[in-house]
Design a protein. Structure first.
Length: 344
């Protein structure tokens, strides 16, 4: 440096505007109720478009809501007898299932975004975590969909006069929120698959059958187990994709406990066992054999997951899993609907 020259001022790195930060728990992740942790840092981003909001509803997960209703409705026609249908009740069941699924997706976006769980995600960006939408706005949208589910459930209860269904609906909404919401979300303690099987398998399918005919037959039970297992497979591959990131932020999913290889094997088992159930049902309902066409998506999905090394591959498997779920639900529902079979 020449004598007498003034030293150059150090250059400052430009950073995005950020919101305040909430504290971290002992495990490295955010702690406490997300509703009270509105101060987490999130970089400001371009405001979310309508397409972003549609994407945040996670369309690929909606077959988890549709399939159980189709199966449950088909099973109901077996007990109801020829020519006896309850389309309004079936439609209300579909509204409840879809609204709950979309509601839990937005609630998950909000809760994980506030906690900071989505800061390191490798999948599609989220509204809250990316800063594209205000947390309160995302929370409001989630509550609106929960409200839609509640209204449809109340109407269904009035039609059926099964008043205890109000309790079932309340439990379903509470379970949807506490998947990633609250101080101790069960989705952070390896219980996600259990609740998905119960609510998107058993409750959704058996409930659909019950509100239409006042009883539950064996066809509904078999269909519920099949739908629940495929829904669990979708959650497993989703958590497999985020395994390392979940570990880093303290989110303890089943995959973080059992590891990558075991998760891949578990995914294949969960996705393929329902076809064994369908084969058994096909002995009495021949149309159910057509569910085997869904193997055209299931087998490639298993191969992709078993040999996957990137998140992109696992996202493709997740899309295929949704296709399998939808095909399984449509075909099995039609098998019950159009085949006399045996009443359970």
């Amino acid at each position: 440096m020449a004598h007498g020259a003034r030293p150059a001022a150090p250059k400052q790195q430009k950073t995005s505007a950020q919101r305040p930060t909430a504290g971290r728990g002992a495990n490295g992740g955010r702690s406490g109720n997300p509703a009270r942790s509105g101060g987490r840092k999130t970089p400001l981003a371009k405001p979310a478009t309508f397409g972003d909001w549609v994407g945040a509803a996670r369309i690929r997960t909606l077959p988890m809501a549709v399939a159980p209703v189709l199966i449950g409705t088909g099973a109901a026609t077996i007990t109801a007898g020829p020519g006896v249908y309850h389309p309004v009740r079936a439609l209300l069941c579909l509204v409840v299932a879809l609204a709950l699924q979309i509601g839990v997706n937005y609630a998950n976006d909000y809760s994980d975004g506030i906690r900071g769980t989505d800061d390191l995600r490798v999948g599609p960006s989220r509204l809250t975590g990316s800063g594209a939408a205000k947390p309160k706005t995302v929370l409001t949208v989630a509550l609106v969909f929960f409200g839609i589910a509640a209204v449809a459930g109340i109407v269904l209860t009035i039609l059926t006069q099964f008043w205890w269904l109000l309790l079932v609906g309340a439990v379903a909404i509470v379970a949807a929120w506490f998947y990633t919401g609250g101080k101790r979300p069960y989705g952070y303690f390896a219980l996600g698959e259990v609740f998905v099987f119960v609510f998107f398998g058993l409750v959704a399918t058996l409930g659909t059958t019950f509100v239409q005919v006042g009883t539950v037959n064996q066809e509904a039970w078999f269909g519920a187990i099949g739908a629940g297992l495929i829904a669990c497979a979708a959650l497993v591959v989703n958590n497999l994709r985020d395994l390392e990131q979940d570990k880093a932020v303290g989110k303890r999913t089943l995959s973080t406990f059992i590891g990558r290889i075991a998760s891949k094997v578990l995914y294949c088992v969960l996705l393929l066992v329902p076809f064994g159930i369908a084969a058994f049902l096909a002995l009495f309902y021949p149309i159910a054999w057509f569910t085997m066409f869904a193997l055209l998506a299931a087998i490639p999905a298993c191969v992709i997951v078993l040999f996957s090394t990137t998140a992109k591959e696992q996202i493709l498997a997740l899309k295929l899993t949704g296709l399998v779920q939808l095909a399984f639900g449509v075909i099995l529902g039609l098998a019950f609907f159009y085949t006399p079979g045996i009443a359970g």
